[in-house]
Design a protein around this ligand. Structure first.
Ligand code: NAD
Ligand code: DAU
Length: 339
């Protein structure tokens, strides 16, 4: 297999590369990443011994440069992770989300067609379905109803991928996964942010009443599902991926504090995220029945190991938290006064 991975220096992409290195070290893999604040070579430093692997710093919106890369490598498949991924940032300023997530996906689809790539996996999100009430699940037939600029940009990318399948008969598969956690997640997202703040006895900002629900999945389980869809998914199909693990945010925050033996007095309820989706829950029956994939890592174990990883990898955290991030954090939380 000759594979293009986009966004492989980010959280899920770097875990996916590690996963492929362990499972298919014979594959030729090219990682194209622009190295934004969320992309760090530190995340993939351990791949330096992998002979068949190359890293290219490039922007997925740069059609000319990417055309040359496609020409040179003649990929069999593309797995497209590269994106702006943080909902709160999209609410502050969405330009980069529109550019990378929509135009970048368009560029990759066009070049995949031009260079006759055999399979394109668009890594999407359950957020394209919008928000659930207290009951029910997202299935692949749930209508798209994105609520944030981030999820609207991801839904747009999904629509372009769908159009490429229908119009040009390109071999496209789309995955929609729920919230990932695990090593190398940038400390702006709920779990690593709370671990980091708790370790430094800083306030843990919980939005609203903390009762919003997410369906958490360990990143390794997501990577295994992605590989399964890449190899065995049916062209033109969408596959939901979930952890079968609904948790209220406040429960997770309290679990992290308990693991670290820190006081719940650190919890600070702050102003809610505008348009905050109440609940996500995935019905993953399709991938379970058709492709025989199921999540394996129990949440209590995965969360414990993740907290342990962040405790042991403080140097990594300090390297990825740059001045740009600190500026963002200040802007974000100055607007979220305590309630
Ligand atoms: P991330 O923010 O950690 O990583 C994104 C990566 O994309 C970074 O390495 C960044 O440098 C790169 N990138 C951004 N813009 C680029 C551009 N213009 N050109 C090239 N590279 C660029 O994101 P993540 O959490 O690893 O998410 C990866 C993908 O999975 C995204 O498409 C996201 O929408 C999707 N997803 C994430 C989750 C989750 O819980 N994190 C769940 C479901 C789906
Ligand atoms: O569902 C999949 C999506 O999960 C992915 O598509 C996104 O890329 C990924 O970022 C994630 O989106 P969320 O918005 O659900 O993740 P986040 O970690 O930002 O927030 C999780 C929940 O925690 C959400 O209800 C908001 C809340 N939260 C978040 C932060 C950062 C807080 O209460 N306080 C915080 O400081």
């Amino acid at each position: 297999m000759n594979l293009l991975v986009t966004g492989g220096a980010g959280f899920i992409g770097s875990n996916f590369l590690q996963f492929i290195y362990e499972k298919h070290p014979d594959w030729t893999v090219v990682n194209v990443d622009r190295l934004t604040y969320a992309g760090n070579l530190e995340n993939i430093a351990h791949l330096s011994n992998w002979d068949n692997y190359s890293f290219i710093k490039a922007d997925v919106c740069d059609k000319q440069v990417l055309d040359k890369i496609f020409e040179q490598y003649q990929f069999d498949a593309v797995i497209h992770f590269a994106a702006e991924s943080h909902v709160d940032r999209s609410i502050l300023e969405a330009d980069e989300f529109i550019r990378t997530n929509i135009y970048g996906t368009y560029v990759l689809l066009e070049l995949s067609r031009k260079h006759q790539v055999k399979r394109f996996l668009n890594v999407s999100t359950d957020e394209v379905y919008g928000s659930l009430g207290p009951t029910g699940y997202f299935t692949e037939l749930t209508p798209l109803a994105p609520n944030s600029p981030y999820s609207a940009s991801k839904a747009s990318a999904d629509m372009l991928a769908r159009a490429a399948f229908h119009t040009y008969k390109q071999d496209i598969v789309i995955t929609r996964c729920s919230n990932n956690y695990g090593p190398y997640q940038f400390p702006e997202k709920l779990i690593p942010l709370m671990i980091h703040n708790a370790l430094h006895d800083k306030p843990l900002p919980v939005y609203g009443d903390g009762r919003n629900v997410r369906d958490w999945i360990h990143v390794k389980d997501h990577c295994e599902a992605l590989l399964t869809v890449l190899l065995h998914g049916e062209a033109g199909e969408v596959y939901n991926i979930g952890g079968n693990n609904e948790q209220e945010n406040i429960t997770i925050v309290k679990k992290i504090l308990a693991i670290l033996n820190k006081s719940e007095a650190l919890i600070q309820f702050v102003k809610d995220r505008p348009g905050h989706d109440k609940r996500y829950a995935i019905d993953a029956t399709k991938i379970r029945i058709k492709l025989k994939w199921e999540p394996k890592i129990p949440f209590e174990q995965g969360l414990f190991e993740t907290v342990e990883w962040y405790v042991k990898n403080q140097t990594w955290v300090n390297k990825v938290i740059t001045g740009e991030y600190l500026q963002y954090y200040e802007k974000q939380y100055s607007q979220r006064i305590k309630i």
